[in-house]
Ligand binder design. Structure first.
Ligand SMILES: NC(=O)c1ccc[n+]([C@@H]2O[C@H](COP(=O)([O-])OP(=O)(O)OC[C@H]3O[C@@H](n4cnc5c(N)ncnc54)[C@H](OP(=O)(O)O)[C@@H]3O)[C@@H](O)[C@H]2O)c1
Length: 277
């Protein structure tokens, strides 16, 4: 496909580099400034454009600006998109309807959300291989996007537009929340004089177990065993040694007690924490 990219940031350039490597042709990169467009366009041999320029003929236009800017960008460029067959955005939370200005011109619209972290263009392009991609589009665009995902080495799946907010919350829970727990663990290990690297085999085994056994069955430790005395000792140690983590630690115990069906059993241990806060 001939592809036009609007918004040459981390996600957009990850897709552009991966699509270029998969023998698609990125014909133009549209940036907010000529300079940002030129730098990015040079990476994939495309023409640099800015918003308001006439867009070249292409089968696919990808809008990869931040979520809040997609609607305004779509409204600003749709009138220059007479030669564009389909327009998509790459947000996992934004409805496809924000691309209505294109649909009004007869252009197919949809979304294509990589369920992957894309921290830089190069690292992101590499990480698209093996990643899942959520597709929201009707046929025939749906089949085109499924083929594009396959070309990138990714695994496409269909996502209802209505399900996007809860899907995005799930993605945040999976990708972001573990980092809060790991930051807490890193500080508490440091307080014990234990190097952070020592946690790596443990953490990697836990993640592997979560996918082999399911996240609930993978749980080991004092909450899974119903050992309230050990948990009380942990809560005390955190409160005394590194009180900044006291509330988060207690809340995490509460969540584990809920998923193991032991809320009642841990109520008194946690009640002590709540009274002290
Ligand atoms: N990064 C990820 O891990 C990831 C993964 C999946 C999906 N996504 C999705 O990808 C989209 C972009 O996220 P990102 O992380 O790539 O953000 P980003 O790195 O900040 O990139 C956004 C890009 O859009 C440009 N831009 C902003 N307003 C524009 C406008 N009016 N016209 C043209 N270009 C404009 C920005 O240019 P300036 O630099 O000039 O501001 C920047 O190049 C979001 O919808 C996000 O949900 C991201």
């Amino acid at each position: 496909m001939r592809i036009v990219l609007v918004g040459p940031g981390r996600a957009g350039m990850s897709l552009a580099i991966a699509a270029d490597a998969a023998d698609h042709e990125v014909v133009a990169v549209v940036g907010r400034t000529h300079e940002s467009a030129a730098n990015a366009a040079a990476m994939v041999g495309a023409s640099p454009l800015t918003v308001g320029d006439q867009l070249p003929k292409a089968e696919l236009l990808i809008i990869a600006t931040r979520d809040g800017a997609i609607a305004a960008v779509a409204a600003g460029i749709a009138e220059h998109a007479a030669n564009i067959e389909a327009a998509i955005h790459v947000s996992g939370v934004t409805p496809v309807a924000v691309l209505a200005p294109f649909a009004d011109n007869g252009t197919d619209i949809g979304s294509f959300h990589p369920l992957q972290t894309l921290p830089t263009p190069e690292a992101g392009a590499a990480r698209l291989a093996g990643a899942y991609i959520a597709i929201t589009a009707d046929p025939p665009l749906r089949e085109r996007l499924e083929q594009l995902a396959a070309d990138l080495g990714s695994i496409p799946f269909l996502l209802d537009d209505d399900a996007k907010p809860i899907y995005h919350a799930a993605a945040a829970a999976a990708a972001n929340f573990p980092l809060a727990a790991l930051a807490m663990a890193s500080d508490l290990f440091a307080a014990a004089g234990v190097p952070w690297e020592a946690a790596q085999p443990l953490v990697e085994a836990v993640v592997a177990n979560a996918f082999q056994l399911g996240p609930r069955a993978a749980l080991t430790g004092p909450v899974a065993r119903g050992d309230t005395e050990t948990v009380a000792a942990q809560l005390h140690a955190v409160a005394v040694t590194d009180p900044q983590w006291r509330v988060a630690f207690a809340r995490s115990i509460e969540a584990l007690a809920t998923i193991t069906g032991r809320s009642e059993q841990f109520e008194s241990v946690l009640a002590g924490e709540k009274e002290d806060q």
